[in-house]
Write a protein that binds this ligand. Structure first.
Ligand code: ZN
Ligand code: ZN
Length: 408
């Protein structure tokens, strides 16, 4: 055994030596590739294309309408189909390998993974610490997948039991598993059950701590050391401590508009900050550590969708129902720039009516425009339109994988 290991390391060293020599030689190429995945609003279908070469195009049939999540470092796109009780997975065809001072990009065709998940109403997907977790809202359990295995096409779920089925989430944090907790009480005329807060469990679902109260908990996100989620009374923050999770509820301050709450949060990858919704026409920048914890941004119209820029951690984008896209400066909590990018899409009507969705692709924001049958490419620099790409049907939910790397 030892001899085998020693042999393997010697071989690895020789290979690494060869690779390093080649890295700094002439025989390499910088590649930037963003691959866009678009779910149709009506038809069970995902269209994928390369942003720079949209003729590179693929179609994947799905069981129902999808919400798309890039997972496993963008190696896989999860297609969550809540109404069809199904989660399908598509290998993006783009993989990165860290070589220390640079990373390699490997590009192939995207391909559907044969194995899928089925269960009663999968909804929230959480990815953290190499795990991908799906909550089954009508199942009373979550399923945990290993991100690396998923990137290799293996769908091997481990079940995490919950005491009561509800619209919630399960997330790993440090040595604990955190799960939302729902009440045992039935509310007359309401199919859902009241959500009470968050609690720590071991991997088998045995309680490992007390309930942290967070009424109607919804909208989990990670940034830095923190998980944050919205509640009726404020935002609950959690970080891993020496003796388990450390919770802190940040109450909404009096100077914020009253009677509304945060229910959707995004976590920055580059700085420890969250961007949340706050009422239909507001956003709030949340600092989990320093005061002021909340800084409010009033929008000119109701919000349709918002995203954070992973390349510029203090920047976000929000689309409002008048068809304007706004650049948000998180450091100053203000709108830095605005431009009209689509026709108006009213927020009156059903939450799941066809309206634009946005995603980041390097120095572009890609915007689905369901009524126009297009994906619009908007430059982050000045919010100008760089071009449009036709997508059959009603393009709706959107996810992007890719980035830049070296081939050699
Ligand atoms: Zn390399
Ligand atoms: Zn939800």
């Amino acid at each position: 055994m030892l001899r085998h290991l020693a042999g393997a390391s010697a071989l690895a060293l020789v290979l690494a030596g060869g690779a390093v020599a080649q890295d700094h030689d002439h025989d390499h190429e910088d590649v930037t590739l963003y691959r866009v995945f678009v779910g149709d609003h009506e038809k069970g279908q995902v269209t994928a294309f390369d942003l720079s070469e949209p003729d590179h195009r693929w179609t994947f049939p799905t069981t129902g309408q999808v919400k798309l999540f890039p997972v496993a470092g963008g190696a896989v796109v999860a297609a969550v189909q809540s109404d069809a009780d199904t989660v399908q997975f598509i290998r993006s065809g783009i993989a990165f390998h860290d070589h220390g001072d640079h990373r390699d990009i490997e590009v192939g065709d995207p391909a559907a993974i044969d194995a899928s998940l089925t269960g009663p109403r999968p909804f929230h997907l959480v990815e953290h610490d190499g795990k991908v977790v799906l909550n089954y809202d009508q199942g009373g359990y979550a399923e945990i997948l290993d991100g690396h295995a998923l990137a290799e096409g293996k769908v091997e779920p481990v079940r995490f039991p919950q005491a009561r089925a509800h619209h919630g989430f399960v997330a790993p944090l440090g040595d604990s598993w955190l799960s939302t907790i729902a009440s045992d009480e039935k509310v007359e005329g309401d199919a859902s059950v009241p959500r009470l807060g968050l609690q720590a469990f071991d991997a088998e679902g045995k309680p490992a701590g007390d309930l942290a109260s967070c009424t109607a908990i919804h909208g989990e996100a990670f940034s830095g050391a923190y998980l944050a989620a919205g509640c009726k009374e404020g935002v609950l923050t959690v970080k891993a401590g020496a003796n388990g999770p450390e919770y802190k509820l940040l109450p909404y301050p009096a100077e914020l508009p009253q009677g509304v709450t945060t229910g959707t949060l995004l976590g920055s990858t580059g700085i420890q900050v969250f961007l949340g919704n706050y009422g239909p026409d507001g956003l709030v920048v949340i600092d989990p550590v320093d005061e002021p914890h909340y800084r409010y941004i009033k929008l000119p119209f109701r919000r349709v969708d918002f995203a954070l820029d992973p390349a510029k951690p203090s920047t976000g984008y929000v689309l409002t129902e008048d068809g304007s896209l706004h650049r948000i400066d998180l450091l100053n909590a203000e709108i830095a720039d605005s431009a009209k990018v689509t026709e108006p899409y009213s927020m009156d009507g059903h939450w799941n009516d066809p309206r634009p969705r946005i995603a980041m692709a390097g120095d572009e924001i890609v915007v689905t425009d369901p009524n126009a049958g297009l994906v619009r490419r908007i430059a982050t620099e000045d919010l100008s339109e760089r071009g449009t790409l036709p997508v059959e049907g009603k393009p709706y939910n959107i996810a992007v994988t890719g980035g830049s790397g070296v081939t050699h």
